[in-house]
Ligand binder design. Sequence first.
Ligand SMILES: Cc1ncc(COP(=O)(O)O)c(C=O)c1O
Length: 370
Amino acid sequence: MTTPDGPAADAVAETIRLRSALDLLPVYVPGRPAPDDGAVRYKVSSNESPWGPVPAMRDAVVAAVDGLNRYPDMGAAALRAELAAEHRVAPEQIALSTGSVAVTGDLVRALVDQGDEVVFAWRSFEAYPILVGSHGGTPVAVPLTDGLEHDLPAMAAAVTDRTRLVILCTPNNPTGPALTTEQIEDFCDRVPQHVVIAIDEAYREFVEPELAPDTARIFAERGNVVLLRTFSKVHGIAGLRIGYAVAHPRLASALSQVTLPFGASSLAQAAALACLGPAARAELSERAGLIRAERARVLAGLRGQGWNVPDAQGNFVYLPLGDDSAAFAAFADERGLVVRAYGTDGVRITIAETEANDRSLEVAGEWLTR
Ligand SMILES: Cc1ncc(COP(=O)(O)O)c(C=O)c1O
């Protein structure tokens, strides 16, 4: 094998004209993996499911392996038909890609010309400013309220003639509170109709059922609302990468124009389809219930210890530790708990298996009495 001449190749590479926008992009920091050092450790840094695939999904993926020499069905006909039935829309209103983060990127590429603005809350999902900035858009990050919820009046006020897209994240990652139906409807009424409002519901299945916003109705009544969903959280197939949007046919068609061809792999399609079968659904719904119950236990435990924790409607809790965030993460690390620190804002801890949640409570308690 020939290798490029190091210094000469480096000199050439230095002359490549990278887009100046790259200098301004924040770096996506993934949740750290737990070190494989034999000690009992819990990785609660990425809001993953603590459980492996449900049996139907495992079987479907194993069966799909035999067809790996073929490209996937680019139209994902079977999966889109099933999702369309679930959302009571036409199959052409379902746009799939490699995770809902990719679908969000597709939305930006379908809507945003250079310098157009995308409004979202901050702190929220850290991919948003990267997706917007990397496609030449201008991210408009509107600070959360003191209660760490979306400041919807401020977000509506941030919409300008250049705004093409607003992203609402409910429940908000990483802080936890969910929006209500009334809040979203009121917000939609304040935003010009030509602006697309994407509702990122990555954690929808974990919301207490009586608090879950009726986004199906909001979507049905408005042509400019898009729902973003993922199979990475309660479905537990983050490793396969698949997510989708439910959108008006005109917008869904625009998404299909910009999306990566064959983004949804055959294994991911098979796994996602298997999740929608009756047995898998029942099992996944039970898992969501377990996470909700554990979340209530952890939340009560933390508040009992004296922590000020915002409402938690996802599979995670958030400790607004401010300047102590990194120190807490290091403290937790030493005690076998890998959490996610967000600069000097706070720390997010995923709700996982009971033992991990016990450890989270222990570590949080020890921190207060250290
Ligand atoms: C709010 C939010 N949206 C989207 C995603 C991305 O999901 P996916 O794995 O489908 O890309 C995440 C993942 O953490 C998330 O927190």
